[in-house]
Design a binder for this molecule. Structure first.
Ligand code: URA
Length: 439
């Protein structure tokens, strides 16, 4: 019976039709149960990718995904519970820094994150570079960590949002990621299931984002704000630029190092700008701060007094990881080869194409091309020069970290085409482009 209906649902979406709430619920429930095979779900996702979904369908998909598992009840925690989620970027290690930073200011951060998706990296993959670190937590453990540490980062599990767990992995390898409806439902289903009071969204725009144009990013932000409002959650969205990778590192272990360095106060301006802006929003949303200026003071204090770094270490320990990584980066996976990309002339870095950087990182092994592919957590890139920096001929612009020397050299050659220099300094605006609070 199910396969007959499925064929019809795929065809209807392909032909621009609409699905009812009940049909969407059945489809999602059937997929989680294993009654809907991957090939039919992939076809339906592709139809959604091309034809889109209206607001009612998107809300129905979000609810069906949220209801595929348990909705966590964190009401027993006597502190505000605020999370942040990004729509996906390259070099976006903000969650690793922001979670501890905000938790150190007395706000609980229950964070259900994702793995790498398409050309973008994933918080879970990065954290799992830390020996022993577990992201498949049960509710009891997640709750206990929030109570004791104020921060816990886990993935979708069989218990929480199993629908997103399966759909996310399928979308990753079927070129069905960059659909506003699918992104909104994926993000909001997890966020609504994790028991938050409020949410700050980092909606990326630019060549390295799924919504490369700013009006699309704004529409996606509004779609998520609308879903949050329906469920009585406070949602704020910042639209931030993703033209070049955020910060210096792209990969997994290498991004953990950059995040820890940031918690020690050593970070590039763009990473600091985005992290601090999101942190201010989280503190104001939680009521811990009454103004952005006060929020910034609290965040800066947590950073300079080492409290945010301590929180990171406590979270790693609570989730089974080796917290000695905070002082000893050699405990993280180490790439066997480092290949340098050098500047062919003198000038200024004009662009670093985040999309191609992301795609090349997947090529190196930092992301997946198939659902069950193993990723290589040691590989990636370190950008020694960023947009706006001055370079002399022969200066190292990027280090390519590779497991295979030949492949590393090939990727380095291709990467050099995506780092463009100019004679004069480019105009380099801020990363935060817009702030949205309403539909
Ligand atoms: N993050 C998610 O959780 N889901 C998406 O689809 C994109 C980014």
């Amino acid at each position: 019976m199910f396969s007959m209906n499925l064929y019809e649902l795929i065809k209807r979406k392909r032909d621009r039709g609409r699905l009812t709430r009940g049909e969407i619920q059945d489809l999602v429930a059937g997929y989680v149960k294993g009654d809907v095979p991957d090939y039919q779900m992939a076809a339906w996702l592709m139809a959604v990718h091309f034809r889109g979904m209206n607001a009612d369908e998107t809300t129905a998909l979000t609810m069906a995904m949220m209801d595929s598992g348990r909705v966590f009840d964190l009401s027993g925690l006597d502190v505000p519970k605020i999370d942040k989620h990004s729509t996906g970027g390259v070099g976006d290690k903000v969650s690793l820094i922001l979670g501890p930073l905000v938790a150190a200011c007395g706000v609980a951060v229950p964070m259900v994150s994702g793995r790498g998706l398409g050309h973008t990296g994933g918080t879970l993959d990065k954290l799992e570079s830390i020996p022993g670190f577990r992201t498949n937590l049960r509710f009891k453990e997640f709750y206990q960590n929030l109570d004791e540490v104020g921060l816990s980062i886990m993935g979708q599990t069989r218990e929480l949002c199993p629908a997103d767990r399966k759909l996310y992995a399928l979308r990753d390898v079927t070129a069905t990621v960059d659909s506003p409806a699918l992104i909104a439902a994926s993000i909001m289903s997890k966020k609504l299931a994790e028991g938050i009071d409020g949410l700050v969204l980092d909606v990326k725009t630019g060549i390295g984002a799924f919504m490369s144009r700013t009006p699309q990013a704004r529409r996606l932000a509004r779609a998520m704000i609308r879903i949050g409002a329906k469920m009585g959650k406070k949602v704020v969205a910042l639209v931030t630029g993703m033209w070049e990778p955020l910060g210096q590192a792209v990969g997994n272990a290498v991004e953990v190092v950059e995040a820890i360095e940031a918690l020690k106060g050593n970070w590039r301006m763009d990473l600091e700008e985005v992290t601090m802006a999101l942190g201010e929003e989280m503190l104001v949303l939680s009521g811990r701060a009454h103004s952005f200026a006060q929020a910034r003071r609290l965040l800066m204090r947590a950073l300079t007094q080492g409290k945010a770094l301590d929180k990171f270490g406590q979270m790693v320990k609570a989730q089974g990881g080796d917290s000695k990584v905070v002082d000893d980066y050699s405990l993280l996976p180490q790439a066997r080869h480092t290949i340098e990309v050098k500047a062919g002339s003198t000038g200024y870095v004009r662009t670093i194409d985040a999309l191609h950087v992301g795609l090349l990182s997947v090529e190196l092994g930092a992301g997946r091309k198939k659902v069950r592919a193993r990723i290589d957590r040691s590989v990636g890139f370190v950008f020694k020069k960023k947009v706006g920096d001055r370079v002399g001929q022969g200066d190292v612009m990027v280090e390519v970290l590779a497991s295979n020397a030949k492949q590393g050299a090939e990727v380095a050659a291709r990467l050099s085409e995506h780092v463009v220099l100019s004679k004069s300094p480019p105009r380099n605006g801020g990363r935060v482009i817009a702030r949205l609070t309403k539909v």
